[in-house]
Ligand binder design. Structure first.
Ligand code: UDP
Length: 475
């Protein structure tokens, strides 16, 4: 397993890569449905890779007739909306049936260019990994895969009554682990899970920490941020931000807040600043089965007037949500990393998180927030009280949080990815069974294509010369 920085040899830096994100578009609003941290990750790392000279073409399934086939998301970053199945009516669990049409479209897109159009494939999530492995074989370029979440891990940490991930997903993930040239894990713990639960080869895993947009998420005027959302300057505010589903456990926060409020109601001198829970996001995954569950829970616990719900917020508004809060809670049953925890800290807001998965890396226990083992309501109420009733302690954590979050930038993540790509290309040159002599072919072809094949040229309809055998995939 590789956690250090390998120097990126410039001759091993890909000029153009195909990024596969089958089930969710990097252009979608995160925080609801299937759109979350992975969308942010794919887009932000693509932007940073393009800044470093690697063009990125992201393939994602079109889910609306309004999705343009080709969108320039940023300089050097194209999003290709692939038509595979109907726009509406398919959820994530139906998508394995659409991997064939998706793969066919990806292959056809590549076949419209000279050989060697893409130097490498990076697939995100297991659905994309299935397509990635096929395209890798056809194009004879290395495939790097990031799982983002793993079925075996999700199922081991399931919330009570939540639906487990299907066995077929775990089978698919095992195939990808066996097939990918390299795996990128978010944390050392995820790397360990890949080895122990999926039999991955530790020498083919690179640990690359995710990041946050540190220019957007930074401390600011709390009172102004609260005013923007009509929130009182006189309340203690704890926020939950993200996709609302049992795995993310916003109910743990609501129950703990109800417990804390009940205890405070019995005090002869209740705290002067009342408690408010702010929930930002929309239903997702198994949470879609009962989209009003959290509203009903707050009502059943008698704290509806203490809970404010906001729909998913775009990044600029979200930065203000982080600033408005005194504390951000991340009570998830599992997180492969937890971008919200880093964004909150970068904005100067300490984090109260469950001590699971990547959150142990994202939060420094007792320094930038608190990590709670388990999800017991009493434990969470105690932790909430300890943090929210100690303004001086929270101020100190806020300063430490900004310092800690400064270690996580997308620029750093992209550098780690390029190191992983360099390792994959070097492996491939050194005689990967599928690589053969194709790299020299692709370098030759690339030199011919580059001038016509820039994203701008493609958008303008100036597709590079069509290969001789149009419509057919080479080899
Ligand atoms: N997010 C957003 N608007 C919202 C809620 C969330 O843009 O209203 C984004 C947030 O900035 C973060 C991502 O969604 O980058 C959630 O990522 P995280 O890793 O915390 O959770 P995931 O969705 O991957 O489970």
């Amino acid at each position: 397993m590789h956690t250090g920085v390998v120097s990126q040899r410039s001759d091993l830096r890909p000029n153009r890569i195909a990024v596969l994100s089958v089930h969710t578009s990097p252009l979608a609003q995160p925080g609801t449905g299937d759109a979350g941290g992975m969308n942010v990750y794919v887009l932000q790392t693509a932007i940073e890779l393009a800044r470093r000279g690697t063009e990125v073409e992201i393939f994602t399934r079109a889910t609306s007739s309004n999705d343009e086939p080709l969108v320039e998301a940023a300089p050097g970053v194209l999003v290709r909306h692939v038509q595979a199945g109907p726009f509406e009516g398919l959820d994530k669990h139906d998508l394995p049936t659409q991997l064939c049409p998706f793969a066919a479209e990806v292959l056809r897109t590549e076949a419209r260019n000279l050989p060697g159009h893409y130097d490498l494939i990076h697939s995100h999530y297991w659905l994309s990994g299935q397509v990635g492995w096929l395209t890798r074989d056809r194009w004879r370029v290395p495939m790097v895969h990031t799982a983002h979440t793993l079925a075996a891990v999700k199922n081991a940490y399931l919330a009570e009554g939540d639906t487990p991930e299907p066995a077929a997903r775990e089978i698919g993930e095992k195939q990808i682990v066996a097939e990918a040239d390299r795996l990128i894990a978010n944390t050392a713990e995820e790397a360990r899970q890949l080895v122990e639960l999926y039999g991955a080869d530790p020498d083919r895993i690179d640990v690359v920490l995710p990041g946050a947009d540190l220019t957007r998420y930074r401390p600011g005027d709390k009172a102004a941020a609260r005013a923007e959302f009509g929130l009182s300057p006189h309340e203690r505010i704890v926020a939950f931000i993200g996709r609302i589903q049992p795995l993310k456990a916003p109910d743990v926060l609501v129950r703990a807040a109800a417990r804390m409020l009940a205890e405070e109601a019995t005090l002869s001198r209740p705290p002067a600043r009342p408690l408010r829970v702010l929930i930002v996001g929309g239903p997702s995954g198994s949470g879609l089965e009962r989209p009003d569950a959290l509203i009903e829970l707050a009502s059943a616990l008698g704290i509806s007037d203490r809970v404010t719900f906001l729909p998913p917020q775009p990044p600029n508004r979200l930065a203000q949500v982080y600033r408005a809060a005194d504390l951000v809670a991340v009570p998830s049953y599992n997180e492969s990393f937890g971008l919200v925890a880093i964004e909150a800290q970068a904005s100067g807001t300490p984090v109260l998180a469950a001590d699971v998965g990547g959150l142990g890396t994202a939060v420094r226990d007792n320094v930038t927030g608190l990590l709670v083992p388990g999800h017991d309501t009493d434990d969470w109420a105690i932790a909430l009280r300890r943090l929210l009733n100690d303004p001086a302690g929270l101020d100190a954590m806020s300063l430490a949080a900004v310092e800690h979050a400064a270690n996580f930038s997308w620029a750093h993540t992209a550098d780690g990815m390029l190191d992983s790509y360099a390792a994959a290309l070097s492996q491939s040159r050194a005689g990967h069974p599928l690589a053969g002599s194709l790299h020299s072919d692709s370098n030759f072809a690339r030199s011919q294509v580059r001038s016509a094949g820039s994203p701008r040229a493609l958008l303008a309809g100036v597709e590079p010369a069509r290969r001789r055998r149009t419509g057919a995939v080479r080899r």
